[in-house]
Ligand binder design. Structure first.
Ligand code: FES
Length: 113
């Protein structure tokens, strides 16, 4: 899948152990910082339309704030019901304080970017 490395924010913009949502083209992107490591996923739960960055962190998992499904931030795997489908994950690269994410171009093209 073709991707483009996009600068999303500074690491200082992220909560220390928590998530934050960003709009990147047509993608709702969630960035999650856990013990200094940063994970990037689709910010929308695979069960219904809910923002995972508003959820709760449990190690390298996030719990959806609406019905409590848990997802692995590493793999996107749905770890508990009611979600059964994974969420998309994206590769993260640090350049100094900058956080860059490999965004599939389909999300950038949808906005004409
Ligand atoms: S919307 Fe996330 S578990 Fe239902």
């Amino acid at each position: 899948m073709e991707t483009r490395l996009v600068k999303i924010c500074s690491v200082n913009d992220l909560p220390r152990n928590g998530g934050k949502g960003f709009q990147v083209g047509s993608l709702e992107l969630g960035l999650f910082q856990v013990d200094g490591k940063i994970y990037a996923t689709c910010d929308i739960c695979s069960h219904e339309h809910e923002y995972l960055s508003d959820g709760w962190m449990e190690g390298d998992c996030v719990e959806c704030p609406r019905h409590g499904a848990r997802f692995s931030l590493k793999t996107g795997e749905a770890l508990s019901l009611p979600a059964t489908q994974p969420i998309e994950t994206f590769q993260v690269e640090r350049q100094g304080d900058d956080v860059l994410v490999a965004i599939p171009v389909k999300y950038l093209q949808a906005e004409g970017a």
